[in-house]
Design a protein around this ligand. Sequence first.
Ligand code: SIN
Length: 493
Amino acid sequence: MALTMQNTGLLLGQNHIDGAWVDAADGATFGVADPATDDIFTTVPDSGAEDARRAVDAAHRAFATWRKVPAKQRAAIIKRWNDLILANVDDLGKLISREQGKPLAEGKGEVVYAASYVEWFAEEATRTDGEIIPSPAAGRMMFALREPVGVIAAVTPWNFPAAMIARKIAPALAAGCTVVCKPAEDTPLTSLALVKLAEQAGVPKGVLNIVTASRAHTPEVVDVWLDDARVRKITFTGSTPVGKHLARRSADTLKKLSLELGGNAPFIVFDDADLDAAVEGLMISKFRNGGQTCVCPNRVYVQDGVHDAFVEKLVARVAALKVGPATDPASQIGPMINARAVDKIARHVRNAIDLGAKVVVGGERVNGPQYRSENYFAPTVLINATPSMECACEETFGPVVPVTRFSTEADVIAEANATPFGLAAYFYSNDVRRIWRLADALESGIIGVNEGALAAESAPFGGVKDSGYGREGSRHGIGEYMHIKYVCQGALG
Ligand code: SIN
């Protein structure tokens, strides 16, 4: 089965600036590769400073009118965007799978997930109420009004090329902000297609601008946005070092920031847990997108009494996972995004083995005539993992489960929290007192209790500590794109 699109108008190779589809100012391009084959199948602009500046100029001009469009009209446009995304689920799913590698069912699932944020924020647009404040003095009326912050810059990752764009851009547009966006080098195509659909939905010219850039040119683009005081907010999903760089570099223009950064999620299974449910939850949370998810469990802790039984059940499930390209409908784990990603996974596994871990299943790259690139890694379970291993200290971002045995609740809480990161944490237990103790004690922005699938448009997504700040989705998500203006009217008698 080939990933052939019906609507070839969604395969775009130009930037979108001020309502026009344009090449980079200097005509430069870079290739987009299919991770399943490493074949470069199309090119997009390799934008630079000039393109970045033009995008801000357009967004800044458009802000003056977009912020005045009544919320109900903005909502209607964003709702149409949602409808168009859903009308193109198949093609967008194929595009995601082609450039990102995830199995087609997951690609289509991501489109629906992305649309759920667009629909949610279309509805939220009409609920950005302010407040009337009881005045402490006679003859005064006091108000807190909510306003869009202005031009926002969205810098998005490759692991969810549709969902991450949706949950940044939809609330920004809903709030009345205008947008400049730079998608990840590996996955620019889905973002361009989404912008095309936004244009068709009626987003006016200049309101939503997108420029693509190679890894080498990305700093040039982002530096323009960092230095430009007209850009009032940066929203970024990606690594913690880059997030910290953006925070430092935003200081001179005091931009608002939302940073969804790295994770190192613990997944804890207590003796009193339902083991089958825990295995199921781990399979869902760990192997979604081949393990390339910020909220993926990265460290699995299993209590003494159930350790061996849990590992046995887990290994049976992991060994049965089918690795393959998105063109094979049976594939459950696709290729990793690129060779660098596989190198890191292999390095983590090698380091764990060197430090005493044992591979129970997997442990190697997957090769063979049916695999047309070197980007596949076998779903892997390691036992005897320890805190000093690389796989316990940094995100592996691949299909590897390192299992550590533990004895007491206090020990596992201390170990789970012994990381600079705090995005997601999971635990399985049937003891209601323990559940609330753990929910309180774990240092994490998101907690899964007896549940492995946490993300939803109505839920606040975001971390603490080195996993960043700001929340995406939920009724809090739109507030990230607004500020509060206090208005006091006096002399009212
Ligand atoms: C992410 O990996 O950053 C997002 C995952 C999700 O939306 O569940």
